[in-house]
Design a protein around this ligand. Sequence first.
Ligand code: ATP
Ligand code: MG
Length: 414
Amino acid sequence: MASLQPVRGTHDIHGETMRRHRHVEETARNLAARYGYGEIAPPIFEFTPVFARTLGEGSDIVRKEMYTFTDRGGEEVTLRPEFTAGIARAFISEGWRQNLPLKFFAAGPVFRYERPQRGRLRQFHQIDAEILGVAGPEADIEIIALGAEILERLGALDRCRLLLNTLGDPASRQAYRHALLDYFSRYEAKLSPDSRDRLVRNPLRILDSKDPGDRALLAEAPLLHKYLNPASLDFFAAVCRGLDRLGVAYQVNQRLVRGLDYYTHTAFEFVTEALGSQGAVIAGGRYDGLIETLGGPSTPGIGWAGGIERLGMLTSTLPATPGLIALVALGQAAEERAWLLARELRALGHVVDLGFGGGLGRQMKRADRIGARAAILLGDDELSRGEATLRDLGSGEQRRVALPALAGSLGAYR
Ligand code: ATP
Ligand code: MG
């Protein structure tokens, strides 16, 4: 028999973690809707080239993190490691080019074969926002401001910093790439094996390295902003001005490059120190070349993704759960009546749990375990008098209440 452990890097989400998860997702979904973003749910799997082509053969995700398999019909498919590629594919296959600009929100599970640790899972969940079809800095400003406002509503913004950078336009990026190549070629022997590989595929990625030896070499490496042409500098200045106007605080960090090949201009990350080493909570950038890479019409785009697990750990605005009321029926007539009473109370907005059988002791234990704030005790005798007992499970106080007055007595437990 197969092991009954969950697969490494996957989790059963329940209890408070589930409530945090939902809170993050709902907060983001509501705010994105208020910004005019339409929700999209692309499939959980796509043909492998959708990800392989857009993320780039040199990216960590494509090289070692994708869950790829051949299905029964012989098709090569991959569980989505992120949302952007699927949304770009939908844009092309749904023929939405006449509808630009488009703004999307998405949320759901994503899959990456990573080394699991706190805040790093193999099935994790993301919220995601994308703007397609806006070439100017307005899109960069809005999408970053949306991320900041979500963090603010989660009560997490004060524990996050926004790191902001630009990779410039393709020409600037190319110039910088040459400079980096020159520099690191001199130290090739000292680079980590991963970064030696990056040197060939995409030297910018070395800036992203977590290897201490690489990081030491990075201290002297050429800085990106020296290689930006005037158009790239103007674009970045406009993004900064827009964020200033909206009061979104940021720190320019020239070492911030995002892992993917398709990024141009703006790159950003909201990071926190509060979660140990897995500090990136929302990250994104501009990807003007991506849709073309997939075979679609040249279309600018920008977006971000946030890790729901990490955001869930960070949120401080988790709403209290609505007061749960345990309906404890004792005796056959009471049990039958309990169904109807529960329905009436639920229709009025109360949260009512039926314990289903067992004596008083067992049902009260259950009430305690599920965190009920009050119990309605309904026995056959009481029922015949048209009454129930309402017990506050905090104070232990109880009193008799006539059934028609019951709903009115529950106000404190909403
Ligand atoms: P990292 O540098 O931590 O590997 P990344 O650059 O791979 O992050 P993105 O692809 O930008 O991450 O994903 C966006 C967000 O998704 C991250 O900022 C993070 O909050 C979350 N995330 C990424 N990978 C994982 C994972 N394996 N488990 C949990 N959350 C993750
Ligand atoms: Mg990663």
